[in-house]
Design a protein around this ligand. Structure first.
Ligand code: BGC
Length: 476
């Protein structure tokens, strides 16, 4: 680590302090109408991920779900496994009917690498055909697919060879991307290479709570860098092999990744809290965004990482910035912890069922902050765990208002995808947290999807944008 980089980091942390002084969301009574502010073609949709909804997947996660930590605690709450999940693999038409009922004009979903390439060099053409059929079905209903190529899971054969710690994974995922682009490119224009490299790195390689269960921040930083190298390769493959402009807007591909952004607010005015909030912000939030502008991976955290590397193809590899926004954290310095800090919720603030603060102003703040990057933005995820379903309408309404406010002040926001279309397998938390606009009755054989009160809120937003919710036909 060079002294000048350390000094630069400290100074920028103290100087920028982006969040405490960030503009507040106010004046909702004067909020402009969404349709007057949002561009024509604004995408209003919902999001899911293959492993969380499809059911019957066989990958590094399904293996991890069977295991426990050294103290005997199961990897997944109550020892649950993803199993049949929402059975979306067999009930895709039901899910499309839900999107129609919502009035959505877009759906963010992922394709499952382990299904398409279950063994090294093997390709499951029948599974690829099924995905293609799904894309056609969506488009026939006026729903634009946004396809994520990798949402956390790896095929077993990739994981067995070191997963994201093996540089060859970059080649393997690039080759996978090429095949998917050729297969689905005629129906898909909007691509998301990777979901939340920063979250996977944190949980899988720093906290050890997700596969592969590594607790080593240095290795985590290397993985984050490798994932950005993979993104650059995947973006190039998509642009070369998806040459069909499916929606006729003059662009055959629009490529980005989904980046999880969090607000790290220093818990006190102590300089150490402020400096560490700044470092955490740079590492977790900024590095992935800046990579597109600089073409470099720059990861610095005191004693953990000092990576500064130019990556061919990284500069300008985002056509859009995908932001997943959920919450804010108060950061307390804690020099005994490997991450040098611990996070808490601001006192007295409302939280969701997982204890995450509900902070709609934060969505406004991140959109204003990243709106300066000069890239179109899609909010690729935003949602709350709410078993009652009673609090989600207000959550959705207030976050959408925050988005409209940011758009009215110049942020180039092109879409909003609610997480999630329906309840699903919430990774280490299992099935208890419910994020769905539709509640899933896991005990029913057909995994019945039942509307929560937020469906009406979503429909009202859709109508306001000129989209037409249509009655759900019984597609089951
Ligand atoms: C992930 C989703 C997850 C959601 C809620 C996001 O970070 O992309 O897979 O279910 O958060 O925790």
């Amino acid at each position: 680590m060079s002294v000048s980089r350390l000094a630069k980091g400290v100074l920028s942390s103290l100087a920028s302090e982006p969040h405490p002084s960030a503009p507040r969301l106010s004046g909702l009574e004067t909020l402009p109408r969404p349709r007057d502010v949002l561009r024509p073609g604004f995408l209003l949709g919902a999001a899911t991920a293959s492993h969380q909804v499809e059911g019957g997947n066989d990958n590094d996660w399904s293996e991890w779900e069977k295991g426990s930590f050294p103290d005997g605690t199961p990897h997944i709450k109550e020892g649950q496994v993803s199993g049949a999940a929402c059975d979306s693999w067999n009930r895709f038409a039901d899910d499309v009917a839900l999107l129609r009922e919502l009035g959505a004009n877009a759906y963010r979903l992922s394709v499952e690498w382990s299904r398409l390439e279950p063994e090294e060099g093997a390709w499951n053409e029948a599974a690829a055909d099924r995905y293609l059929e799904g894309m056609r079905l969506l488009r026939a209903q006026g729903i634009q697919p946004m396809v994520t190529l990798n949402h956390f899971t790896l095929p077993r054969w990739v994981a067995a060879q070191g997963g994201w710690e093996n540089e060859r994974t970059v080649e393997w995922i690039a080759a996978f991307t090429r095949r998917v682009a050729r297969k689905l490119g005629g129906e898909v224009d909007l691509w998301c290479t990777l979901n939340e490299p920063n979250v996977l790195t944190t949980f899988g390689y720093m906290d050890g709570l997700w596969p592969p269960g590594v607790k080593d921040p240095k290795r985590g930083a290397q993985v984050l860098a490798r994932m950005l190298r993979a993104h650059a390769r995947m973006a190039a493959e998509l642009r070369e092999h998806d040459t069909v402009d499916a929606d006729g807007d003059g662009q055959a591909t629009r490529v980005g990744l989904s980046h999880h952004v969090r607000i790290f607010q220093p818990a006190t005015r102590s300089p150490l809290d402020r400096v560490l909030a700044g470092f955490t912000d740079r590492f977790f939030n900024q590095a992935v965004v800046e990579a597109n502008r600089t073409g470099r991976i720059q990861l610095y955290a005191p004693g953990v990482a000092d990576i500064d590397e130019e990556v061919p193809g990284l500069k300008g590899s985002y056509d859009y910035l995908g932001l997943n926004y959920y919450t804010r954290d108060m950061l307390h310095s804690d020099l005994r912890s490997p991450k040098l800090s611990r996070l808490t919720v601001a006192e007295g603030r409302p939280v969701n069922d997982l204890g995450w603060e509900l902070y709609p102003e934060g969505l406004y703040q991140v959109l204003m902050r990243y709106g300066r990057e000069g890239l179109p933005i899609y909010v690729t995820e935003n949602g709350m765990a709410d078993t009652s379903g009673e609090r989600r309408p207000d959550f959705l309404q207030r976050h959408f208002e925050a988005l409209v406010r940011a758009a009215s002040e110049g942020a180039d926001v092109r879409g909003y995808f609610h997480w999630s279309l329906m309840d699903n397998f919430e990774w280490a938390e299992g099935y208890e947290p419910r994020f769905g606009l539709y509640r899933v009755d896991y005990s029913s054989p057909e995994k019945r999807r039942e509307p929560t009160p937020a469906v009406a809120t979503f429909q009202a937003l859709a109508r306001d944008l000129g989209l037409e919710p249509r009655a759900r036909t019984d597609a089951a």
